[in-house]
Design a protein around this ligand. Structure first.
Ligand code: PLP
Ligand code: ZN
Length: 384
């Protein structure tokens, strides 16, 4: 049973009740984050309790927002493989590189984690219809869990999204709409649909619970490394939920006393054609400005302005990491290299992460001897 105490705005520290539907902080437009009574939980559960449970992200139920188990939705998400990739490591002149393969999640991407938890909680709070603006994977995942929950689903895609994303959402019974423009334009349409159809908006970090599902990636990593953080995590960032989720995961585990205070350095990788996080890191800005004419084939990274900009930048900076951008050819080459060396078919975003890792290794930001985790966020066949 989940034990959320309240929701908190990380900017003005206002607390809001978690037992009703919430979106963002009214005062600062910041996302809201779920808070748990960690010292109480530390008395009730141990790492061993969690490790002994059947696999999947609901193993972490006390640290998730769903109160009544009957509302849990699952398609088998979470507990994805953490694969050593020694041949890739050698090619990068590194030693201990691991690939967290999120492509094996239901619906073929890590968006399943966030949607499993967010739709379960929404169902528990009485939501009957949901809408999401999406580059593709979030729409497919939301449609699938909405089907499980018997909810109405509206999926809003950029007009040039891969046709497979439309088919996937439609098969699961969602109403799919394409807009003329990118994800920000889809976002405006989702706001309109939310008002018009009374559907709850599941846009990235515009509701508090998708990040709760995503943080389980961090829990799994800590557990896999014997309740320790790896030295570095390389992550292909779009909206930045994963980065914020990873930071939150390690914070909560430290709060429980299950890990020490050492944190993994978080490295955000973006595409050169849409690198607003990289630019903000370089200019030491606290807010992210919209990237004009965003363009990259890695559609999950084509987010001109991450909504949770302050939280994303803080997560990267406080970890001691940074952000790097890679070119289109580089990310495609990385996909080919990993398939050839390791037999793993990455998505283009995963290719970007590996290409980013190559740059970080060349710059000496990550070193042999360190344990480095690189994320593949979706199955390579999804965008083929
Ligand atoms: C959504 C998405 C991303 C970006 O994820 P965030 O955690 O929101 O930054 C990366 N890769 C793929 C395949 C995605 O679908
Ligand atoms: Zn606030």
């Amino acid at each position: 049973m989940g034990r959320v105490v309240c929701l908190e705005c990380p900017e003005c520290h206002r607390h809001l009740p978690a037992d009703r539907i919430q979106t963002v902080c009214e005062g600062c437009d910041s996302p809201l984050f779920a808070r748990y009574d960690l010292s109480d939980l530390a008395q009730r559960i141990t790492p061993l309790d969690i490790s002994r449970r059947p696999s999947g992200l609901w193993r972490w139920t006390e640290l998730l927002p769903v109160k009544d188990d009957r509302y849990r939705l699952t398609l088998g998400e979470g507990d994805t493989p953490l694969l050593p990739v020694p041949r890739l490591a050698t090619s990068l002149r590194l030693e201990h590189v691991y690939l967290k393969d999120e492509g094996v999640n239901p619906t073929g991407s890590f968006k399943a984690r966030g949607m499993a938890v967010a739709l379960s909680r929404a169902a528990e709070l009485g939501v009957r219809g949901v809408v999401v603006p999406t580059a593709g994977n979030a729409g497919g995942a939301m449609a699938a869990y909405a089907a499980r929950a018997g909810m109405r689903a509206h999926v809003i895609l950029p007009g040039d999204a891969h046709p497979a994303f439309r088919v996937e959402a439609e098969r699961a019974g969602a109403h799919v709409m394409a807009v003329d423009g990118l994800i920000d334009r889809a976002g405006q349409e989702a706001d309109r649909m939310a008002l018009e159809q009374g559907a709850f908006n599941m846009a990235t970090l515009r509701e508090p619970y998708r990040v709760e599902g995503k943080k389980t990636m961090g829990f799994e990593l800590a557990e896999a490394f014997g309740w320790e953080a790896p030295e570095a995590i390389v992550y292909p960032a779009g909206g930045g939920t994963g980065l914020v989720g990873l930071e939150k995961a390690f914070d909560e585990l430290e709060g429980l006393g299950w890990i020490g205070s050492r944190r993994p350095r978080l490295y955000a990788v973006q595409a050169e054609g849409c690198a607003p996080i990289v630019r903000a890191m370089q200019t030491k800005a606290e807010r992210i400005e919209a990237w004009q004419d965003a363009s990259t084939r890695a559609e999950g990274l084509r987010v001109p302005r991450p909504y949770a900009d302050r939280a994303v930048l803080r997560a990267v900076r406080q970890s001691g990491g940074t952000a790097v951008a890679v070119g289109e050819e580089e990310l495609a080459d990385a996909v080919a290299e990993v398939a050839r060396l390791e037999g793993i078919l990455l998505c283009l975003e995963g290719g970007a992460a590996v290409a980013g890792l190559r740059r970080l290794a060349q710059a000496g930001a990550v070193r042999p001897g360190e344990r480095i985790v690189v994320f593949n966020t979706a199955a390579g066949w999804k965008g083929m």
